[in-house]
Design a protein around this ligand. Structure first.
Ligand code: LHQ
Length: 256
C-alpha cells in the first residue's frame, strides 16, 4: 500500500491504494510511519517527496473499514495511525514536499497541509470532508488550517466541507504553487531536487523554528532564532556556503 524509493538523496513515498483513491487502512498508515522513520534516520535522504498513486492524492480514512467504529477504537486510530503521521512529518529533520496530484480529502487533506512545501496539480482539490459524515477534522487540521488561511475561512471550510480547487487553495495560502497537470511531476520533482542539494541542517532548523513560532511569544522566538543560528553556524554547510560565496563559486553542500 506504500511505494518507497530513494533516488539521488530524495525519498519518494507514494500512497498506493489507487482503487480507493489512496484512502488509509491501518496497514497503509503503519507502513507510512515506518517509511517516514526510515527517511528521518537515513543520512542519504535529504528530502522527502510524498504523493499519491493514480489520479488522487488521498481520500482520508477508508470508510468501508470504520462502519461500526466506537470512540475507543477511534482513539486508538488517532493515537496509533493519524497523529504519529503528521507528527513525524512536522518533526522530520529534512524538508518534506507534499506533491498533491489529485483530491486530498479528510485526513489526506490535513496530512498534505503538514508538509513543508505543498504543490498541487491544477486539477486537484482539497476538502475537509469530515463534517459531511458527522466527524471533526483531525490530523492537525484544526491547528494548521486556521493558521494558514485565517479563522473564518478555516471555519467555513471545515463546516461546509466544500471542495476547494487547488488554484483557490493557493490564493488562500493553503499551498505554495500549482502546476498544469502535464508538467506537475517534473516541476514538483525539481523542487525536491533543489531542496535535496541545499544545506539540510539549515532547512531542518528553519522548519523547527516555524514549529515553535506557532505557540511562542516574540521574545521566546528571538531566543529560538539565537539558539538555532548558533547551531547553523557550526555546520559544514554554513562554512561551505560562505566560502563558496566569497570565492564566487557554486557551493557543495553535504547536508552536514
Ligand atoms: C473511498 C473513499 C474513502 C473508502 C473514495 N473510503 N472508499 C479518522 C478517525 C476515524 C474514523 C474516520 O476517519 C478518520 C479520518 C478521516 O479521514 S475521515 C474522512 C474520510 N474521507 C472522506 O470522508 C472522503 C470520502 N470520499 C469522498 O468524499 C469522495 O470520494 C472524494 C471527494 C474523495 C472523491 O470523489 P470522486 O472523485 O467523485 O470519487 P468517488 O467518490 O466516485 O470515489 C471513487 C471510489 O473510491 C469509490 O468507490 P467505487 O467502488 O464506487 O468506485 C469510492 O467509494 C471510493 N472511495 N473515498 N475515504
Amino acid at each position: 500500500s506504500i511505494l518507497f524509493e530513494v533516488k539521488d538523496q530524495i525519498a519518494f513515498i507514494t500512497l498506493n491504494r489507487p482503487e480507493k483513491l489512496n484512502a488509509f487502512n491501518r496497514e497503509m498508515a503503519l507502513l507510512f510511519q515506518q517509511k517516514l522513520d526510515e527517511c528521518q534516520h537515513d543520512k542519504n535522504v535529504r528530502c522527502v517527496y510524498i504523493t499519491g498513486a493514480g489520479k488522487s492524492f488521498c481520500a482520508g480514512q477508508d470508510l468501508s473499514e470504520v462502519v461500526e467504529t466506537d470512540g475507543q477504537e477511534v482513539n486508538k486510530m488517532l493515537r496509533e495511525q493519524y497523529n504519529p503521521i503528521v507528527w513525524k512529518i512536522r518533526m522530520m529533520e529534512k524538508p518534506v514536499v507534499g506533491a498533491i496530484n489529485g483530491v486530498a480529502a479528510g485526513a489526506g487533506a490535513n496530512m498534505a497541509l503538514a508538509c513543508d512545501v505543498v504543490v498541487a496539480t491544477k486539477s486537484s482539490y482539497f476538502t475537509q470532508a469530515f463534517s459531511k459524515i458527522g466527524l471533526v477534522p483531525d490530523s492537525g487540521g484544526t491547528f494548521i488550517l486556521p493558521r494558514f488561511i485565517g479563522w473564518q475561512r478555516a471555519s467555513a471550510l471545515m463546516m461546509l466541507a466544500d471542495k476547494i480547487p487547488a488554484e483557490e487553495a493557493e490564493k488562500m495560502g493553503m499551498l505554495y504553487k500549482t502546476f498544469p497537470d502535464e508538467i506537475f511531476v517534473e516541476e514538483s520533482i525539481k523542487i525536491a531536487e533543489k531542496l535535496s542539494h541545499m544545506p539540510t541542517r539549515s532547512l531542518a532548523l528553519i522548519k523547527h523554528a516555524l514549529n515553535f513560532s506557532v505557540s511562542n511569544t516574540f521574545e521566546q522566538q528571538l531566543k529560538i532564532e539565537d539558539v538555532f543560528q548558533q547551531k547553523a553556524v557550526e555546520t559544514h554547510d554554513y562554512k561551505e556556503g560562505v566560502k563558496a560565496f566569497l570565492e564566487k563559486r557554486v557551493p557543495e553542500y553535504t547536508g552536514e
